[in-house]
Design a binder for this molecule. Structure first.
Ligand SMILES: Cc1cc2nc3c(=O)[nH]c(=O)nc-3n(C[C@H](O)[C@H](O)[C@H](O)COP(=O)(O)OP(=O)(O)OC[C@H]3O[C@@H](n4cnc5c(N)ncnc54)[C@H](O)[C@@H]3O)c2cc1C
Length: 420
């Protein structure tokens, strides 16, 4: 179902742009319920797959490519939903309700869903285009990186966030010599507190990773036409065969912004997934949504993409649905399973508990005396209990006592006194 620039464009009643978690969730929510035609245009050549395992099971070899698929091939062969791969949308004419792809193919729509995700942040390093320099967003990126991190390879990871650290962990596991270079004074500064960051650092050091904090990379060295190392801001050089640039992402919203959609830190949506353009919705990493305090927030998480995708599908079906999220996130690295519920930001107090399991550490974050987030590292029970205490007041003595279940640290409210 294609058309050239001269032909009348092929039409879908609902056209979804993107091939990730949010796009698939919208398509799955409509399948079997929506009576019109649904098209999914994805820039990638692979059938839609799960991204979180790329730097976890896929890099470590525990999960193969086929296990990553978000839906079996039969889902895309069923009538009602058409998946068109290798179609990158480069322009949207919101008035005419038509999109155009990089090949000049046009599609018209009744309703458009923008679910284009995010793309790696590029920091303009000299040498960033040399062979041996990688970024990790797609299966194709990760497959190429995986081929190069065998025994003896020297790997430099630029950026100590979750994706970079998971890649560092998998590289050590594959037998590589790994250094992580982080510009901030600690790891994971965007996503977690100092206690967990230090805990994670210690475990990486113990596994053999070298970590440079307060260090910036100013360029990639060229050795015979491929990456040979990196130069740090203080003039030192770190030799490398493989360089991973993992310094964050930026929302893929520019095409929709050019079409006139209100965008700031991503495409602005309301709690039903509607953008400022008529008949255009958005979901996933590319969006920012209103919060209770009147600000806007963008989340980079699977859960956010899936839940927003659900809300958009329900809204298109005419059902009542609004987005309301309790964020959760997870990461596996070295021998640590890190699980976070809530948002680790804006807290004014932290309570730390250390359980008996190896590597166990739980941090409860409080804002104004109430729990706003919990990080549970190798502490599954604490993670399960965390939902019971989120938003509540807790007894600090019970929280820090690992012989008490975290859910039993809850302090019931007493009318007129705030807390018992
Ligand atoms: C390596 C890695 C590990 C991660 N680990 C975790 C984790 O442990 N937990 C967690 O919650 N989250 C994790 N994330 C984040 C999570 O994967 C994302 O939040 C999620 O994929 C967002 O889904 P999305 O559909 O919004 O965007 P994406 O999954 O990025 O999908 C967007 C799709 O749209 C396509 N596209 C972009 N522009 C266009 C265009 N113009 N036309 C057509 N198609 C377009 C892209 O090619 C892509 O296929 C991880 C991400 C990565 C990269």
């Amino acid at each position: 179902m294609t058309s050239s620039a001269e032909d009348a464009p092929a039409r879908f009643d609902v056209l979804i742009v993107g091939g990730g978690h949010a796009a698939v969730q919208v398509a799955a929510g409509l399948a079997g319920k929506y009576e019109g035609s649904v098209g999914v245009l994805s820039a990638e050549l692979h059938h839609p797959y799960q991204r979180p395992p790329l730097t976890k099971g896929y890099l470590s070899g525990e999960v193969d490519e086929h296990e990553l698929l978000l839906r079996p091939a039969s889902f895309w062969e069923a009538p009602g939903v058409s998946l068109l791969l290798g179609h990158r949308v480069t322009a949207v004419d919101a008035e005419a309700h038509v999109v155009s792809t990089q090949h000049g193919v046009r599609y018209s729509y009744g309703t458009l869903v923008w679910a284009a995700g995010a793309e790696p942040l590029r920091i303009g390093l000299t040498g960033a285009d040399l062979p041996g320099v990688h970024e990790l967003r797609t299966l194709a990126d990760t497959a190429q990186f995986k081929r190069e991190i065998g025994p003896g390879a020297r790997v430099v990871v630029i950026g100590g966030g979750y994706v970079g650290l998971e890649a560092a962990s998998a590289s050590v596991h594959a037998g590589a010599e790994v250094s992580v270079v982080e510009a901030q004074s600690r790891l994971l500064s965007r996503v977690t507190g100092a206690d967990v960051a230090e805990h994670v650092r210690q475990h990486h050091l113990a596994s053999g990773v070298t970590i440079e904090l307060d260090a910036t990379v100013v360029g990639v060295m060229d050795r015979g036409g491929r990456a040979g190392g990196v130069v740090l801001g203080d003039g030192r050089e770190l030799a490398a065969d493989v360089v991973l640039i993992s310094v964050g992402i930026r929302p893929a919203s520019s095409v929709l912004a050019d079409a006139g959609a209100r965008c700031s830190n991503g495409v602005e949506i309301d709690l039903r997934g509607r953008t400022s353009l008529p008949d255009v919705y958005a979901a996933g990493d590319c969006t920012c949504f209103p919060t209770e305090d009147g600000a806007r927030m963008r989340l980079e998480s699977l859960q956010n993409a899936v839940e927003q995708g659900d809300v958009v599908a329900q809204t298109i079906l005419g059902e009542e649905a609004t987005y309301s999220v309790v964020p959760y996130f997870w990461s596996n690295q070295v021998n640590l399973k890190i699980k976070t519920i809530g948002l680790v930001s804006g807290h004014d107090e932290t309570l730390v508990r250390r359980g008996p399991a190896p590597g166990s550490l739980t941090v409860v974050y409080l804002r104004g005396g109430r729990v706003c987030a919990v990080d549970a590292v190798n502490a599954m029970k604490d993670y399960v209990d965390a939902r019971h205490v989120l938003g509540a007041r807790v007894d600090p003595n019970l929280v820090t006592d690992p012989t008490t279940r975290l859910r039993d640290a809850f302090r019931p409210e007493v009318a007129g006194h705030g807390a018992a």
